[in-house]
Design a protein around this ligand. Structure first.
Ligand SMILES: CC(C)(COP(=O)(O)OP(=O)(O)OC[C@H]1O[C@@H](n2cnc3c(N)ncnc32)[C@H](O)[C@@H]1OP(=O)(O)O)[C@@H](O)C(=O)NCCC(=O)NCCS
Length: 150
């Protein structure tokens, strides 16, 4: 059987593996309740990247107002970066935004995350402001945003 790969919608069955992946990428622990509330907020916006039987990426948004959303967590596991997987997930996500009439997107990124900033800039995000002490460890974040064309 051929091994398939690509971005696909998240389902609640992916929670354990997605939590493990987030732990690996960000060294952060997130409670199951977070995934449950994101799933209630906007299930179709949540994506994972599957490579064969493995999950190697995630893009988890939350809907803010009817026409706005925020990317809460996005990452690709270390071994699979630079292969265009993040791009495929972002492109699928932008299509989903258009389908759900999301007009504005926001996210926070660490000011020293040059790869993350380059990635988001490539996908049309620009820096809106600096948020001092945004992270638990006291690090600063940039608030980035973009318009989603209809
Ligand atoms: C940011 C991240 C999601 C990008 O995913 P990816 O699959 O590696 O990215 P892609 O291969 O699709 O690259 C797309 C574009 O991003 C930028 N980019 C990706 N890796 C880069 C690097 N190492 N240096 C500079 N720019 C880079 C480039 O513009 C690239 O386009 P190009 O290949 O035409 O130059 C991934 O690096 C990651 O998971 N990082 C750790 C977690 C993180 O920082 N998340 C985002 C901030 S919260």
């Amino acid at each position: 059987m051929p091994v398939s790969g690509g971005p696909r919608p998240y389902t609640m069955r992916d929670m354990t593996r997605t939590r493990a992946l987030i732990r690996e990428v960000f060294k952060q622990e997130h409670e199951p309740t977070l995934f449950q509330s994101l799933h209630v907020s906007w299930p179709e916006g949540m994506l994972v990247y599957q490579e064969g039987l493995e999950l190697v990426g995630f893009l988890l948004p939350i809907r803010l107002e009817a026409n706005q959303a925020r990317i809460l967590l996005m990452g690709i596991d270390l071994a699979n970066r630079g292969k265009g997987y993040g791009s495929s997930m972002m492109e699928m996500f932008i299509c989903s935004c258009k389908a759900y009439n999301i007009e504005k997107l926001f996210l926070e990124v660490r000011v020293n995350n040059h790869v993350g900033i380059a990635f988001y800039t490539r996908y049309g995000f620009s820096t809106l402001s600096l948020i001092n002490g945004y992270y638990k460890d006291g690090s600063d974040a940039y608030l980035m945003g973009r318009i989603v064309p209809k």
